[in-house]
Ligand binder design. Structure first.
Ligand code: PHE
Length: 476
C-alpha cells in the first residue's frame, strides 16, 4: 500500500505552524531583556541586519531543501549532501531531542502556574500570600508534581501530533496562534497602563549607545544578537526542513521566509511590551528581568500585586506562554516523528503514526523526567562535569542546553551553510524556490548567494564561538 505523506492544508496553516515553532520562551524571557541591556533600539537594528544576512539565507535554504526532497531532515540532507549532509542531518535530530528534554519541563512549569493562578481565582489556594520566589521554589522542589505536569505537557503534544500534519499540527496552530496573539494584546494593554510602566518601555526601546563605543562592546552586541536570532528562528533544528517537506511546490518560499522572520521579531517586541512594563511597575526592587526567574518569580509577584484581577491576568499570561511552548515543542517532536515515519516507508513498510508518536513521546518523557526531578538544579542531582563549576554543568537543563544550543545547533548551521554554499550549490536552492510563485533571481539571488557562501558561515562560526564561551564561563 502506498503511503501518502500528507501536506499542509493551506499556506496560512503552514505559516502559522512555522511561526508557532519559532515563537517560544526565547521571545518572551530572553529577547526583551537582551534588547534593553544591549543597546535598546540600536540592538534591534543589529538583530534585523543579522536576521537578513544569516537568518534569511539559512531559513530559505532549509525550506527549499525540505521541499525539494520531500523527506525527513536526515534523508533530505543525505540525498543532497552525501556524508556531510548525513552528519548535518543527525545533528539536526540530536538537537530537538536534547532541547525537548528541558523545553517540556519549562512548558510544564507554565501549565503549573496556570493551575496555581486558577486555584487562587476560585479560592482553592492562596499563592498571592506568598512571594513569587517561594512559589517557584515550592514548584521546583516538588519532584512528583513536576514530573506529573511534564507528563501532562507531553500528553498534550502527543494528542496534537497524533492527528498528523494537517489535522493535528495545522489545526492546533490555526486556533492557538491567533489566540496567543489576542492574549498578548490584552496583556500589553494592561501592562502599559500600569503606573510606572514607562520605565520598562524606556529600558527596552531607548537607544543606549554605550555598548557600541568599543570594539569589544560591539562584538558583544553582535554575539548576543546573533545567538538570540539563531535560537529564536529555530534554525538548524530540522524544524524548517521538516515543515518545508510538507509544503506544496507552488508556494512562495521567499515570502514565507520573510513573513516568519518578521512575525517572530514582532512577537518578541510585543512580548517585551507585555512583560517589561509590568515587571518595572510592580516587580519590586532588584527584580529579575530575564529567564525563568523573570517568568516565574518577578511576573508572579506582579500578578500578586494586581489585586483581585491578578489571578485572571496570571491565568491569561501563563496560558499564553504555555501555548508558545506547546507550538514549539510539537515542531521539535515532529522532526523525530517524520524521521521515523519516512524511515519505515523507505523500508517498504506501512508506518503506524500513532505508535511512532507514542514511542517518541515516551523517550522524551524519560529524559524530561530527569530534568524535572533536578528542578533546574534546585534538587541537586548529579550532573556531568559538575565539579568543573562551569555554566554548562550547573543543572541537567544547562547540560542538555550546552550540547544542543551550545554545540549541535550552531555547528550544524555552520556546516549546513558551507554545504549549501559550496557543495549542493545556491543554484539548486534557486531552482527549487523558483518552482513556486517566487521572484528569486537578479539582485535578490546574488544577495542570497553571497550570504550563504560567505556571510552565514562566518557569522555562524562567530555565533558558535560566542555560545561556547558563554557556556564555558563560570556558573553564576
Ligand atoms: N525558537 C524558540 C524560542 O524562541 C525556541 C526553540 C528553539 C524552539 C529551537 C524550538 C527549537 O523560544
Amino acid at each position: 500500500m502506498e503511503h501518502h505523506r500528507g501536506q499542509w492544508g493551506s499556506n496560512l496553516g503552514f505559516l502559522l505552524a512555522t511561526v508557532g515553532a519559532a515563537v517560544g520562551l526565547g521571545n518572551i524571557w530572553a529577547f526583551p531583556y537582551k534588547m534593553g541591556a544591549t543597546g535598546g533600539f540600536p540592538f534591534l537594528v543589529v538583530y534585523l541586519i543579522l536576521a537578513a544576512l544569516i537568518g534569511f539565507p539559512i531559513m530559505i535554504s532549509e525550506l527549499a531543501i525540505g521541499r525539494k526532497v520531500g523527506r525527513s531532515v536526515l534523508v533530505s540532507y543525505q540525498r543532497l549532501g552525501g556524508r556531510t549532509g548525513a552528519f548535518v542531518g543527525w545533528l539536526a535530530m540530536l538537537s530537538p531531542l536534547l532541547i525537548l528534554s528541558f523545553y517540556t519541563v519549562l512548558g510544564a512549569y507554565c501549565i503549573q502556574y496556570v493551575a496555581l493562578n486558577f486555584s487562587e481565582l476560585i479560592g482553592l489556594a492562596q499563592i498571592s500570600h506568598i512571594s513569587g520566589a517561594q512559589s517557584f521554589t515550592d514548584m521546583l522542589t516538588n519532584q512528583p508534581m513536576a514530573v506529573l505536569f511534564t507528563l501532562l505537557f507531553i500528553g498534550i503534544c502527543f494528542l496534537i501530533i497524533r492527528g498528523g500534519i494537517k489535522d493535528g499540527i495545522e489545526k492546533f496552530n490555526k486556533v492557538g496562534m491567533p489566540a496567543l496573539f489576542l492574549m498578548l494584546v490584552v496583556v500589553i494593554l494592561r501592562a502599559v497602563t500600569l503606573p510606572g510602566a514607562v520605565e520598562g518601555l524606556k529600558f527596552m526601546f531607548a537607544p543606549n549607545l554605550a555598548p557600541f563605543t568599543s570594539l569589544e562592546g560591539f562584538l558583544k552586541v553582535l554575539s548576543v544578537a546573533g545567538g538570540q536570532m539563531f535560537f529564536s528562528l529555530s534554525l538548524a533544528m530540522g524544524i524548517t526542513v521538516t515543515y518545508g517537506s510538507y509544503l506544496s511546490k507552488k508556494e512562495d518560499l521567499v515570502k514565507n521566509s520573510l513573513l516568519i522572520i518578521v512575525s517572530d521579531t514582532l512577537v518578541a517586541l510585543m512580548a517585551g511590551m507585555a512583560v517589561l512594563p509590568a515587571a518595572f511597575a510592580l516587580g519590586g526592587e532588584g527584580a529579575e528581568m530575564a529567564g525563568p526567574k523573570l517568568l516565574f518569580i518577578t511576573l508572579q509577584d506582579v500578578f500578586n500585586a494586581m489585586g483581585p484581577a491578578g489571578p485572571l491576568f496570571g491565568i491569561l499570561f501563563y496560558l499564553l506562554v504555555s501555548l508558545a511552548a506547546i507550538t514549539s515543542a510539537i515542531a521539535l517532536i515532529e522532526v523525530l516523528v517524520t524521521f521515523l515515519v519516512d524511515h519505515t516507508v523507505l523500508k517498504g513498510k506501512t508506518p503506524n503514526r500513532s505508535r511512532i508518536v507514542a514511542a517518541v513521546c515516551f523517550v522524551i518523557l524519560v529524559m524530561s523526567a530527569l530534568v524535572a526531578a533536578d528542578g533546574l538544579g534546585a534538587n541537586g542531582l548529579w550532573v556531568p562535569f559538575h565539579q568543573t563549576g562551569l555554566n554548562l554543568s550547573a543543572s541537567w537543563l544547562d547540560f542538555m542546553d550546552f550540547i544542543s544550543e551550545g554545540i549541535a545547533m550552531p555547528l550544524g548551521a555552520l556546516i549546513m551553510s558551507l554545504l549549501v554554499g559550496w557543495k549542493i550549490g545556491p543554484a539548486a536552492i534557486q531552482e527549487e524556490v523558483r518552482l513556486g510563485d517566487s521572484h528569486f533571481s537578479g539582485g535578490l539571488y546574488r544577495f542570497y548567494r553571497i550570504c550563504i557562501r560567505f556571510v552565514a558561515p562566518i557569522g555562524m562560526a562567530f555565533i558558535l564561538y560566542g555560545q561556547l564561551s558563554a557556556f564555558l564561563s563560570p556558573a553564576g
